[in-house]
Write a protein that binds this ligand. Sequence first.
Ligand SMILES: [Zn+2]
Length: 380
Amino acid sequence: MARSVIAIPEPKLEKAGDLWRLSATIAGKNVFFESRIPLSPRPEVLVCSFLMPAMAFHADLEVEGGLDEVFLENLDFVRRRVKEWWPELGGGEVRASKRASAAPGPEVGCFYTGGIDSSYVLQQLHPKLRYAVFVEGFDIGLRDEARLRLARETLGATAAACGVELVSVRTNLRQNLLFQQVRWGKNHMGALSAVGHALGSHVHTMFAAASDVPPPWGSAPDLDAAWSSGSLKIENFSAELSRLQRVDSVAKWEKLRGRLRVCLERDTPHLNCGNCEKCVRTRMQLFVAGSPDGLGSFREGPTLRSAMSDLAEAHDEVAGQWREVAERLQDRRLLRHLERALAGRRPAVWRRALREFKKLGERAAREAMPHRTAAVRASQ
Ligand SMILES: [Zn+2]
């Protein structure tokens, strides 16, 4: 039976107010990328976004307008690696004519979220970086305007302290039903590379932070590089280091004080809730790296001891990071909680009940005081 085909049109570029908007209709739905700096309407943006989602249906892509010849060749590696790591994905042939590479952009950029890994990239590479790129709509939803503003201000301050310009790119890609067919952990580098190609007239290289999650995972040095074209290089930085080694480097970096942003919790008005697994893991990493106050970036949530006593089991993807913390941890009480979580045992039932009760209370207090968020932000 012939495989199904998803059409990739040439993206449109328009100026809407003070924003440049690149958009296209894929499988009947509009996808857009917006930025204050001009974007490049290259089909590579859409192929990076939708290659893996198409593979969830064992479908191929048919691309209008031709693709950069180096990019087209690199996709062989992407497809091979994807099928090897996730055999449920298939198809993914890309039918496109070859196009000579565009002239590379003059500058170098990095993707920046404010977290440990991308802050390490900024710390190490800022003398050669022009742009730090923050994508709105990836880990903070487009409707969450208050947190987006907070993230823009905070990340912009860190970048400015390094002499680097923060560029925000807004996109509705994560809301797209086709895109959602593949888990973010598998496809986030395709999505980030899409943003890189959209900025292709400005940059010749985009650095992406290594993630310290073992394969199979959507980011690895050779897989990240395979999203490159002849004019834009996607480069994974510092995969040779563990997460804790990167934490060691940024734990006392004053430019990051009060500005680290690691939390993926949606139900918090703050930069970091201080209490989710990722917040607690980062607080513990900073603790053993000599920054017991978490670089002043976790002012909300429980004390570190209380958060550790509530810690649920450590997931496989991050168990290595927790073990790294355990090896250095000298505090016996904290170590006991950590070893329990690593052994897959959850906290006692009464602790879990208490935690849920506290969360409900915090939510009720927030809903009763709609102006609190603004007041807290103003005081930070
Ligand atoms: Zn959190």
